[in-house]
Write a protein that binds this ligand. Structure first.
Ligand code: AMP
Ligand code: MG
Length: 413
């Protein structure tokens, strides 16, 4: 049923919104091959199943020797050793390095028995056939790694909830792990609401605007490690919206609605989700831009209603929705803003008590300091978020920022 008038939203503080959004559980797990595991989130902690390395290995090209033999070696009085063989690449030296003996070894080669140090080739000279002059002492253990020195058997290596990077895959491959249990990627349905919207490929009639949010949200959802599904445009019609949401909740792990989240006669999201359980957790956050954001759940399936203005939608997604989607995808405790830089605000800013503001800023260096210059235009201006290098968050308890005051810039990566 359409509401009349615009009663004020009951705003929750930003911290409270973050707390409510954090209360979602991952959607399940699946096994994937290592070649498709990059960027997926590990579902169980991984401990080293064996010592790494499994044997003593050289970390330099040179000679495997007995440290005691080369202890007196100097440039002027080198120690001459008999070269009794070489460690072949991909094989081991079958023999013992005895007193007065050396074996040629390359980086990564398994150090033969009897030897307890590797002398770098740069610290040697050939001294005739099968003889080498060692010019400097090498302590026991020099230029080699011991078994388990990199990772000991049983040592924690990768925590559950970690989004796998190339280095992690190298580690798993090293241990012969070729399939890995990861969290399933949440399927996230995107719906744009509004009688005024037409798809980007159409020419708007008078009074229409193109739907920009669905395309942007699809990119943001994918970048958050989820699988976006564009479900099109739904008019401002309570029944159509409710039916669309019901259908999508049955086949997706989350639904994001754009537009229609504030409290006006044509803003029907809240009505359309009113019969979900547990239903609406908040409708309205004390932030700018993006105040009318709505968050509801149908069981563990989150439903987000984002404000229609593209700038608001873009900013609110990054600040509030993205961390929620990371959790839905199994990722825990990830810093939502890994690139933070201290900067001086280029122009004064006034905020209301309790309100958290997100200024779109350009970063630039002047007089030896980094400056964050707020870009003109409010939430109706898309260009400001396009031109922004960073967001500056003005905390809820900060009412006034003077030009030149230090703030924290949350840099777009
Ligand atoms: P609403 O949140 O539905 O009140 O929309 C606020 C403003 O954002 C309106 O001027 C809409 O035309 C605009 N808007 C809503 N949805 C979209 C969208 N998907 N793409 C671009 N602009 C939108
Ligand atoms: Mg609307």
């Amino acid at each position: 049923m359409a509401r009349v008038g615009r009663p004020d939203l009951k705003l929750v503080p930003a911290d409270e919104a973050r707390r409510l959004l954090a209360d979602v559980r991952p959607v399940g797990t699946e096994a994937v091959g290592l070649s498709s595991a990059a960027g997926r989130v590990l579902a169980a902690p991984f401990a080293a199943p064996a010592d790494l390395p499994s044997e003593r290995r050289a970390v330099m090209d040179g000679y495997a020797v007995r440290a005691a033999d080369v202890a007196p070696a100097t440039e002027d009085a080198p120690v001459i050793l008999n070269v009794v063989g070489a460690v072949p690449m991909g094989d081991v030296f079958r023999g013992l390095v005895g007193p007065g003996q050396a074996v040629t070894i390359a980086t990564g080669g398994f150090v033969p028995d009897g030897a307890d140090a590797v002398v770098m080739v740069e610290q040697t000279r050939t001294a005739g056939d099968d003889r080498v002059a060692v010019l400097r002492a090498a302590a026991a253990g020099a230029n080699l790694v011991r078994p388990g020195e990199d990772l000991a058997r049983g040592e924690a290596a990768l925590p559950a909830g970690r989004r796998l990077r190339a280095a992690d895959l190298a580690l798993l491959a090293t241990f012969g792990v070729t399939t890995v249990e990861v969290y399933r990627q949440p399927r996230v349905a995107l719906v744009s609401t509004g009688n005024e919207l037409c798809p980007p490929e159409e020419t708007p009639r008078a009074g229409q605007v193109r739907d920009a949010n669905q395309t942007a949200l699809a990119a943001q959802v994918a970048a958050a490690g989820c699988l976006p599904a564009c479900a099109g445009i739904v008019p401002d019609d309570a029944t159509a919206l409710r039916d669309t949401i019901r259908g999508l909740l049955a086949t997706h792990h989350a639904v994001i609605l754009s537009g229609g989240s504030s409290v006006g006669s044509k803003d029907l999201c809240a009505d359309a989700v009113a019969d979900l359980q547990p239903g609406i957790l908040f409708h309205g956050i004390d932030i700018r831009p993006g105040k009318p954001m709505l968050f509801a759940r149908a069981g563990n399936r989150p439903l987000v209603g984002l404000p229609g203005f593209p700038t608001s939608s873009l900013v609110v997604f990054d600040a509030f929705v993205r961390p929620m989607l990371w959790r839905l995808g199994g990722e825990t405790d990830r810093d939502p803003w890994p690139a933070r830089r201290a900067a001086r605000l280029g122009s004064p800013h006034k905020s209301a008590a309790g309100r958290e503001d997100y200024l779109r800023v350009r970063l630039g260096r002047r007089d030896g300091d980094l400056w964050a210059d707020p870009l003109p235009g409010g939430s109706a201006a898309l260009s400001n978020v396009v031109r922004a290098d960073a967001l500056v968050r003005i905390e809820a308890d900060r009412l006034q920022v003077a030009a030149g005051d230090w703030v924290e810039a949350l840099v777009y990566l």
